[in-house]
Design a binder for this molecule. Structure first.
Ligand code: MG
Length: 268
C-alpha cells in the first residue's frame, strides 16, 4: 500500500526547496527547451519535476503524466500520477506571486478516478489536499466552496487569453452578467480558489485546459462542493495524456453552475 498522502506532501516540500533556491536567480528562469505539454521549460520547471518524479518512481507500479518529461511507465500501471511541477511558470518568471505545484494520483483512466490530490501555493506555502471519498483541506483545515447563487454577484476565474471571436461571442452574455472576471495565470491554484470560496467559478471554454493543469484541482474543488462539466453541461472525460486539451466549467454549487451554463447557451 502506497502512502500517497505522505508522498505528495514530501514531493511538495522538495518542489518548495527548488523554488526557494531558484527564486531570485537568473538560473531559475533559464530557458532550456520545450516541455511535452507544449510550453517553454525553464530550469525551475525541470528541477521541480525531477524531484517529484524521483520520489514517485520509487513507489513501483506507476505511470507518469508529467508536463515537462511527458508520459512514461507501463500503460497498465496500477497508479497514474499527473504532474504539473510549476503551474504558473510565467508568473514565476515575471515575479508575479501566483504559482503552485500540482500533483494528482489516479486509479483509473478518467479525471473522476483521482484518489489523491495536492496543490501547494509556492509563494506562501498554503497546501490544498484531498482524497477520494473525503473532504478537502487547506493546511489541514476543511474548506468549502461559496454558497453564492446570484450570477450578478459572482466572481469567476475565466481564461480568455488567445481567444477566438466565436468563443468571445459565446461568452458575451455570461461576462456581461457577472460581477467580475479574473484570471490569475495558474489553473490548479485557481481551482483551489474555487474550492475555498475565493472564486465562485472557474472556466476555460476555449478548449485549451490540459489534464496536468486540472487533475489535482478538480478533485480538491469537487470534494469542497464544486460542480464541473464541459461547456455544454456534459461530463468531463478527457484522455489522461499530456497533449489532450478540453473545456471546463466549474462552479461553487449546482445552482450557480446551471446559471453559468444557461448564459453560455444564450451566447451573445
Ligand atoms: Mg507547468
Amino acid at each position: 500500500m502506497v502512502e500517497w498522502e505522505s508522498v505528495l506532501h514530501e514531493a511538495a516540500e522538495r518542489v518548495q526547496d527548488v523554488r526557494d533556491r531558484l527564486i531570485s536567480t537568473q538560473r531559475g528562469t533559464e530557458r532550456i527547451g520545450q516541455g511535452a505539454g507544449g510550453d517553454i521549460t525553464m530550469r525551475v520547471d525541470q528541477e521541480a519535476e525531477e524531484e517529484i518524479i524521483e520520489l514517485v518512481k520509487q513507489k513501483g507500479d506507476v505511470r507518469l503524466i508529467a508536463e515537462e518529461h511527458g508520459e512514461s511507465g507501463p500503460k497498465d500501471a496500477k497508479w497514474t500520477v499527473v504532474i504539473d511541477p510549476i503551474d504558473g511558470s510565467s508568473n514565476f518568471e515575471r515575479g508575479i506571486p501566483f504559482y503552485c505545484t500540482s500533483i494528482a494520483v489516479l486509479r483509473g483512466k478518467t479525471l473522476d478516478d483521482a484518489t489523491h490530490a495536492l496543490v501547494r501555493n509556492l509563494v506562501n506555502g498554503d497546501t490544498y489536499y484531498s482524497e477520494a471519498g473525503g473532504y478537502s483541506t487547506k493546511n489541514g483545515a476543511q474548506i468549502k466552496t461559496s454558497a453564492l447563487e446570484d450570477l450578478r454577484e459572482a466572481t469567476l476565474g475565466i481564461d480568455i487569453s488567445r481567444t477566438t471571436l466565436p468563443v468571445v461571442r459565446s461568452m458575451n452574455s455570461l461576462i456581461s452578467s457577472i460581477k467580475r472576471q479574473m484570471h490569475f495565470g495558474a489553473n490548479a491554484l485557481e481551482a483551489c480558489y474555487l474550492a475555498e470560496g475565493r472564486l465562485d467559478g472557474f472556466l476555460d471554454v476555449r478548449g485549451r485546459i490540459r489534464v496536468v493543469d486540472l487533475a489535482a484541482g478538480y478533485l480538491i474543488a469537487r470534494q469542497a462542493g464544486a460542480v464541473f462539466s464541459d461547456e455544454r453541461g456534459g461530463a468531463l472525460n478527457p484522455a489522461i495524456s499530456v497533449g489532450e486539451r478540453f473545456s471546463v466549467v466549474g462552479a461553487a454549487n449546482r445552482a450557480l453552475h446551471a446559471r453559468i451554463l444557461g448564459k453560455l447557451k444564450a451566447g451573445s
